[in-house]
Design a protein around this ligand. Structure first.
Ligand code: ADP
Ligand code: G6P
Length: 473
């Protein structure tokens, strides 16, 4: 045990990826996804230690400092990446937890790698965390770490937060290693979820699968109380506010609008992931031209998709499918000099993203299932001009908080999606302002700082002594 860090975050990924340029010079680039967007600002403020993978196989790196954070890299071999990261994490758990929108792969070698890499994370954390410190473990890739870490370091206060949905009993039951995963999570003092329904799913599973005693959202396990609670994640409102105040960002937004031809701008910003409903939204948009509801030049769709998990088969299939679809829609509906869909398979920096949000009249967020969806909240946080509309899937966690101001849709219902896109395109400015104001109030009052504070306050509060005999299993 060391006299090391007092506050430790453990996530599969570090907030930065190591990239090596063509001339062999290494540099650091922000890692993709919502987890990093949410935790990085907190870490800068708290000066904690972040334990994670630097994004490249077979690289042994020493701990280092970056952007005010102490980073401790965890090694992953090519085999670990293939079986633990691309395999069990992203070909088994990711589709299973997202309503099996793609078929999950159940493979014993992948499971073995998941156990092995989770143990490595637990061992590195046990060596880095100071006596009695707070350790906050993140997401589905590391669900065994809470138990493994508690066995190594019973002095620690251990929190776990799941950034993605937690499935209902009927789906979770499919998993051959369902018991081990639940027991892994129960190593934490506090298990956090995006929504109350997910916390209830977890408690119900503990009861049915492990015969655990419970009371409301507390599970009694190993002579401890494990709390399951919902903490809807959010965005760094202050960071986004500073970005949109910048004259260069405002100017860039204007330029983007001009480049896109002056019609109504619809925008999609996602990791290229089959859970995000990208093909559904493009299908609906394309059909509006076929039906004569839109004419080229009147509206344009800009879809920005960050490359993601590119060696996993379902992601390769999706990429091909979207490229074909964009080609078909543009082939059928664009005119010379007037493209209807702009598709960019790339990642942008925060300034460019903020400019894109400011340039968009309609933000289109249509996941088939999503834990929260930060893009929806980022858009709202950027629109201090009270302009723009948000089309939001009922299956995004964010729908609960933004449902009163957004246009909610079922992304599986292409006709409903078409109708909603038209409504959003034709919303009058006064109505836009009314809706945006409602959404902004929510996001401003519940920003990422409040999310982190409420999780950590709960984690630091000692568990209530058991007052009544809990329910028998
Ligand atoms: P997920 O975590 O599944 O990727 P979220 O919507 O919750 O989905 O979070 C995505 C995060 O990644 C957001 O902070 C968003 O700004 C960022 N992001 C998404 N697409 C891009 C892109 N093309 N370039 C840069 N950042 C992106
Ligand atoms: C989502 C997950 C994160 C993950 C991110 C990017 O936000 O919840 O855990 O880090 O996607 O995915 P990647 O596989 O590139 O880490």
């Amino acid at each position: 045990m060391s006299d090391g860090s007092e506050f430790v975050v453990v996530a599969n990924r570090l907030p930065v990826d190591r990239v090596v340029g063509e001339d062999g010079t290494p540099s650091w680039r922000r890692s993709p996804g919502g987890l990093v967007s949410a935790i990085a600002p907190l870490m800068r403020r708290r000066q904690g230690t972040w334990i994670g993978w630097a994004g490249k196989a077979d690289e042994k790196l020493e701990p280092f400092q970056e952007d005010g954070m102490a980073l401790v890299p965890v090694f992953q071999s090519s085999e670990d990446v293939e079986l633990y990261y691309e395999g069990f994490s992203n070909a088994t758990l990711w589709p299973l937890y997202h309503d099996v929108v793609a078929p999950p792969v159940y493979d014993r070698a992948m499971w073995d790698a998941y156990v092995r890499v989770n143990r490595r994370f637990a061992e590195v954390t046990a060596a880095v965390a100071g006596e009695g410190s707070i350790v906050w473990i993140q997401d589905y890739q590391l669900q065994l770490v809470p138990k493994m870490l508690r066995e190594l370091r019973p002095d620690l206060r251990i929190g776990f937060f799941l950034h993605i949905p937690f499935p209902p009993l009927e789906l979770f039951w499919q998993l051959p290693w369902r018991r081990q995963i639940l027991e892994g999570l129960l190593g934490a003092d506090l298990v956090g979820f995006q929504l109350p329904g997910a916390a209830s799913n977890f408690v119900r599973l503990c009861r049915r699968l492990l015969d655990a005693r419970y009371s409301k959202q507390d599970v009694y396990w190993d002579d401890r109380v494990v709390r399951a609670r919902a903490f809807p994640i959010s965005v760094d409102v202050e960071e986004l506010h500073d970005l949109i105040e910048r004259p260069d960002v405002r100017a860039r937004a204007k330029e983007i609008r001009e480049d896109l031809g002056g019609g109504t701008v619809l925008l999609g910003v996602d990791r290229l992931d089959y859970t995000k409903g990208i093909t559904q939204r493009l299908e609906a948009f394309g059909e509006l031209f076929g039906d004569g509801d839109l004419k080229p030049g009147e509206a344009v769709f800009a879809q920005i998709a960050t490359p993601s998990r590119e060696r996993v088969e379902q992601y390769q299939l999706l990429r091909d499918q979207i490229e074909q679809q964009v080609g078909r829609i543009n082939g059928e509906h664009s005119e010379l000099g007037t493209t209807v869909v702009h598709y960019l398979h790339t990642s942008y920096d925060r300034k460019e993203l903020a400019a894109l949000y400011l340039a968009a009249d309609v933000m289109v967020v249509t996941p088939l299932r999503d834990g929260m969806n930060l893009v929806a909240k980022e858009y709202v946080a950027c629109r201090d001009d009270l302009r723009g509309t948000l089309v939001l899937s009922e299956f995004a966690g964010a729908a609960g908080e933004l449902g009163r101001g957004a246009f909610l849709v079922n992304p599986y219902d292409i006709d409903g999606l078409k109708e909603t896109l038209l409504k959003a395109i034709h919303t009058e400015p006064a109505e836009q302002a009314k809706r945006m104001r409602t959404m902004r109030r929510r996001v401003q009052e519940h920003d990422v700082d409040r999310w982190a504070r409420s999780f950590l306050d709960e984690l630091e509060t000692p568990a209530e002594p058991q007052v009544a005999e809990p329910q028998p299993a």
